[in-house]
Write a protein that binds this ligand. Structure first.
Ligand code: 13P
Length: 251
């Protein structure tokens, strides 16, 4: 049984002190998360403060990126060892904003995934198509390729630790979410792609989230679908009320 997983990607929002305040609010609102796994992914600069606030709670900590080397002369980069040391359990890898604005490639994503796993961090790997690719009927081939390249060369035993987030780029921050049926279809394809690489048993264990304008008003629609195991939430994870309502969507 895959445990539903809701993660908040705070992107480049919240100073360390604002982050502390947000987590204090989440602690109060999420005392009983009813079988849902919850993680927050603040900017690097707030990880230490958030880790401190999360002590004694069930809420997990994640980072938004990492570099694949353990240490070295890589100015501006953050290593998996550093994230692990701060108490991170998850790390988002290959978000479309990193691919789009920072030129991150599938090969780099693959290196990051391997580095994360090697250091005991669980990757949340983001894939998804642009509107032009969707309109050109390329969604399935593109998403399949992104998944195959991200997971290339992984040891089968490690694959169940991975989370995939299907985030259609046209739905991110636009208020125009996908719908349950369409997202479920692409997520089903992602699971079949994983099955083709590592077998159906492994694929059945991997959690696959939907991301893109997830709100308290539409979370139910996505979670009702068989293949969708949770959500990667951007904008709505920045306020206590909306994020808590998404986590507690069943009630
Ligand atoms: P929004 O929820 O703001 O659309 O962002 C989605 C996202 O990119 C999460 O990683």
């Amino acid at each position: 049984m895959r445990k539903p997983f809701i993660a908040g990607n705070w992107k480049m929002y919240k100073t360390a002190s604002e982050a502390r305040e947000l987590v204090q609010g989440l602690r109060r609102a999420l005392t009983d998360t009813k079988g849902v796994e919850v993680a927050v992914c603040p900017p690097f600069t707030a990880l230490a403060q958030v880790a401190e606030e999360l002590k004694g709670t069930e809420i997990k900590l994640g980072a938004q990126d990492l570099f694949w080397e353990e240490e070295g002369a890589f100015t501006g980069e953050v290593s998996p060892v550093m994230l692990k040391d701060l108490g991170c359990e998850y790390v988002i890898i290959g978000h479309s904003e990193r691919r789009q604005y920072f030129g991150e490639t599938d090969e780099q994503v693959n290196k990051k995934v391997k580095a994360a796993l090697a250091h005991g961090l669980k990757p949340i790997i983001c894939v998804g198509e642009t509107l032009a690719q969707r309109d050109a009927g390329q969604t399935e081939s593109l998403v399949r390729e992104q998944v195959e390249k991200a997971l290339a060369g992984l040891e089968r035993e490690r694959v169940p630790e991975i989370v995939i987030a299907y985030e259609p780029i046209w739905a991110i921050g636009t208020g125009r979410s996908s719908n349950g049926t369409d997202a479920n279809q692409v997520i089903g394809l992602i699971r079949r792609t994983i099955a083709g690489m590592f077998g159906t048993e492994v694929a059945a264990e991997v959690r696959i989230q939907y991301g893109g304008s997830v709100k308290p008003q539409n979370i139910k629609e996505f979670m009702a679908e068989a293949e969708i195991d949770g959500a990667l939430v951007g904008g709505a994870s920045l306020q206590v009320d909306s994020f808590a309502a998404i986590v507690l969507y069943q009630v």
